[in-house]
Design a protein around this ligand. Structure first.
Ligand SMILES: *Cc1c(COP(=O)(O)O)cnc(C)c1O
Length: 232
């Protein structure tokens, strides 16, 4: 077994244990393997043991990897900030985007989604802990943005994504993730058919699952430490 296969097994066990501790069915939580800065071979190794959904941050790096792995039935999720000049590449290559935080970007993604592809699956990134200089729509503006994005023809609005600052302990992490969960429920109560709460990474996936995450985004615990940030 490769290291990546072993790591994936350990992460799946962490997810199962967290679900059991929270009284949740493990099938409610998807695992997204965040492969940014790692090459196509690492993705192949993960796919060989059943992983199909992969997350990337840097659009150019991701597009090269997606092209190199065309033959495999993989699902690609864009997690990084989407600038206006990158929307076309994102619309043409990805299945999901978790980092939409402005209507203008959503409109471009919808307009540039190629005919013949399924709608681009979208999560709104919310700046849940009001971190300075952080991407994400402010929580109080999320409902209006969600209503507008839900109208766009070539997008399917699925949920919310948050990247809170590291918390000092489990309870603090649960508290901030709980705010994301509350906002998610508020939008659902307002009639938006959301089913995805993208919360939790290597360090805090247990707290995220406790708070109600339906998708955890895990890089380091699967692929190892990232060295140089990739360009692009
Ligand atoms: C890099 C990244 C991850 C994975 O983080 P790890 O701590 O390596 O698990 C998850 N989500 C986003 C948005 C990221 O940028």
């Amino acid at each position: 077994m490769t290291t990546i296969a072993q790591n994936l097994g350990a992460v799946r066990a962490r997810i199962a244990a967290a679900c059991a501790a929270a009284g949740r069915d493990a099938r409610e939580v998807r695992l997204l393997a965040v492969s940014k800065t790692f090459g196509p071979e690492a993705v192949r190794e993960a796919h060989a043991v059943g992983q199909t959904a992969f997350g990337e941050n840097y659009v150019q790096e991701a597009v090269a990897k997606i092209e190199a792995l065309r033959g495999l039935p993989l699902e690609w999720h864009c997690l990084g900030p989407v600038q206006g000049n990158k929307t076309r590449l994102v619309a043409e290559h990805f299945d999901w985007v978790h980092s939409v935080d402005r209507l203008r970007i959503a409109e471009r993604l919808s307009a540039q989604r190629p005919e013949g592809l399924a709608p681009l699956q979208v999560c709104l990134q919310v700046n849940i802990d009001a971190g300075a200089n952080k991407s994400g729509v402010a929580p109080q503006d999320a409902l209006a943005l969600a209503r507008a994005v839900a109208q766009l023809p070539h997008l399917a609005l699925r949920g919310l994504m948050c990247i809170p600052e590291p918390a000092p302990d489990f309870d603090a992490a649960c508290a901030v993730h709980g705010r994301a969960r509350a906002l998610f429920e508020q939008l659902r109560a307002a009639g938006l058919p959301l089913d995805t709460l993208s919360l939790g990474m290597t360090a805090d996936l247990e707290a995220a699952i406790h708070a109600g995450s339906t998708l955890v985004r895990v890089g380091t615990a699967i692929f190892g430490q990232r060295t140089a940030p990739a360009a692009g």
